[in-house]
Design a protein around this ligand. Structure first.
Ligand code: ADP
Ligand code: GN1
Ligand code: MG
Length: 370
């Protein structure tokens, strides 16, 4: 077996892979978990692939609750797809049990490992390559929203409390500025001022939620383009992945996170902010796909506030990147020193662009139908 990076034979022994494990290699581009692809030889001579992940328990402190959410949601989706005549095998992820019948393996130091069947003949994009890819990812996330619209959101565990509570994210940011643990606050005055000037915006959606004007849904909460698999031949959306943050939330957050990641033309850590622009054509493409799939399940106010979702989540993600930079880069994985600052600046520039295009963003929603 070629597994130079992989030093946990006990984890491999905890699962029945159907035959000899031929390869374990690091996989994917996530910022939080450790992901591997495992290839195992099957009795019929075929090679079968799995995804093996070490969940970041520094961030997800309740792996039991997290895995319970994932098992419940994937089983619900599979049942839904079976009833609707969809592809239940590929349309929902399948968690593989350990040899002793558990949904996850507790490793050394209370680490949490879990295994999924690798959904084959799919692609996972870091950037939109063609317009239709973004449309298809919107349909996939929209279907996810629609399919779960009758699921009692309040019964899910809050895997990270206040995950998209932008008001608490703002408070954590102010605390990081005050503590200035990495001694970086003086060098990011402009970014701090930019965020402070938008303190009110952080409360916009939270207020509507508190007032009962927006319903709490089952949401994904991390709707980046690379959290959906597209069919490698047809390029249609196959399966929504990365379900760690599935919990009660607002539809606008899911819509907004996808826009902040995908409706522009550069990577998330683009160092040159002059290149960062909101791409309105991509925004409209995603909006169309999302409403085509989920429109019927959303209230008029939910649809109306979708642009706010984009604006607030983009600002919030900038706040989170800057908070991490001020705290010394302990949360988001980095591969170079000022990566979290570049990520911050990109988010703030995009926020500004959304503010400038805000009326157009709203008009597009009205054009596609409230
Ligand atoms: P992270 O939370 O670190 O982003 P993900 O759960 O998104 O981790 O997984 C990382 C990558 O692994 C994904 O972007 C995708 O390329 C791949 N992946 C995850 N689950 C599957 C799966 N069931 N089938 C195929 N590829 C997968
Ligand atoms: C993290 O795990 P990943 O890379 O899909 C983060 C998201 C951020 C995103 C920014 C649990 O997502 O909230 O939006 O990075 N996930 C968690 O790229 O914090
Ligand atoms: Mg991911």
């Amino acid at each position: 077996m070629k597994a130079a990076e992989f030093a946990s034979p006990a984890v491999l022994a905890a699962y029945d892979w159907g035959g000899e494990v031929l390869d374990v290699s690091r996989y994917g581009m996530g910022h939080i978990n450790e992901t591997y692809r495992v290839i195992a030889l099957q009795p019929d001579g075929a090679e079968k692939a799995y995804i093996l992940q070490k969940v970041n328990t520094g961030i997800f402190k309740d792996p039991e609750g997290l895995m319970d959410n994932i098992v419940r949601v994937t089983e619900y989706l599979r049942d839904y797809l079976k009833r609707a005549g969809g592809d239940a095998e590929r349309g929902a992820m399948t968690v593989v049990k350990t040899r002793d019948g558990r949904w996850w393996y507790r490793g050394e130091g209370l680490s949490c490992w879990r295994v999924y069947i690798f959904v084959v003949d799919t692609i996972c994009l870091q950037r939109v390559e063609q317009d239709s890819d973004f449309y298809e990812s919107a349909v996939a996330f929209g279907n996810f929203q629609n399919q779960l619209s009758d699921y009692p959101a309040g019964t899910l565990h809050e895997t990270i409390p206040n995950f998209h509570n932008t008001v608490s994210r703002y408070e954590a940011f102010e605390k990081a500025v005050a503590e200035d643990r990495a001694g970086r606050a003086a060098s990011v005055r402009a970014e701090i001022d930019f965020i402070r000037a938008r303190k009110q915006d952080c409360a916009f959606l939270m207020n509507l939620l508190r007032e009962g004007k927006l319903p709490l849904r089952v949401t994904h909460n991390d709707t980046k383009l690379n959290n959906v698999l597209l069919d490698s031949k047809t390029r249609k959306g196959v399966c929504v992945i990365d379900l760690d943050t599935v919990m009660p939330g607002l539809a606008a957050w899911d819509f907004g996170d996808a826009i902040r990641y995908g409706a522009n033309d550069c990577p998330e850590d683009e160092p040159d902010v002059n290149k960062v622009h909101l791409n309105m054509a991509k925004y409209e493409t995603y909006l169309r796909g999302y409403l085509d799939a989920a429109g019927a399940a959303l209230t008029p106010l939910e649809k109306e506030t979708l642009p706010w979702g984009a604006r607030v989540i983009t600002l919030e993600t900038g706040i989170r990147f800057l908070t991490d930079y001020l705290e010394g880069d302990h949360y988001f994985r980095i591969s170079r020193p000022s990566q979290n600052l570049d990520r911050t600046r990109k988010m703030l520039k995009l926020t500004e662009e959304m503010e400038a295009h805000f009326s157009e963003m709203g008009e597009a929603v009205r054009r596609y139908g409230l």
